[in-house]
Design a protein around this ligand. Structure first.
Ligand SMILES: [Zn+2]
Length: 92
């Protein structure tokens, strides 16, 4: 299974979204990275929005890291002090 990326760009969100990596809210009017793509073989189309700071922590990730990531683990392993400013997150 491989990831085929169709779009990857900076956007300003027009409504609140939740970050695909950390699960915290991306508030209306802030910039983030919008990504869209397909998992080849599976055929599932995925759109996601990700904080700049979260994306910067995934430079060394491979496909497996992306497949298995969880909000809680991401926050624990990568976020640390950076996330004190984010006060709301998706409840899963
Ligand atoms: Zn995030």
């Amino acid at each position: 299974m491989s990831w085929v990326q169709l779009e990857h760009k900076h956007v300003t969100v027009r409504k609140d979204h939740f970050c695909y990596l950390c699960g915290y809210k991306i508030k209306t009017g802030t910039r983030c990275i919008y990504t869209a793509g397909v998992w080849e073989g599976e055929g599932s189309f995925i759109k996601s929005r990700i904080h700049d700071v979260c994306m910067s922590m995934t430079k060394d990730w491979d496909t497996f890291d992306w497949e298995v990531h969880e909000f809680g683990c991401f926050r624990e392993n990568y976020a640390g002090e950076l996330y004190r400013e984010f006060d709301e997150w998706r409840d899963l």
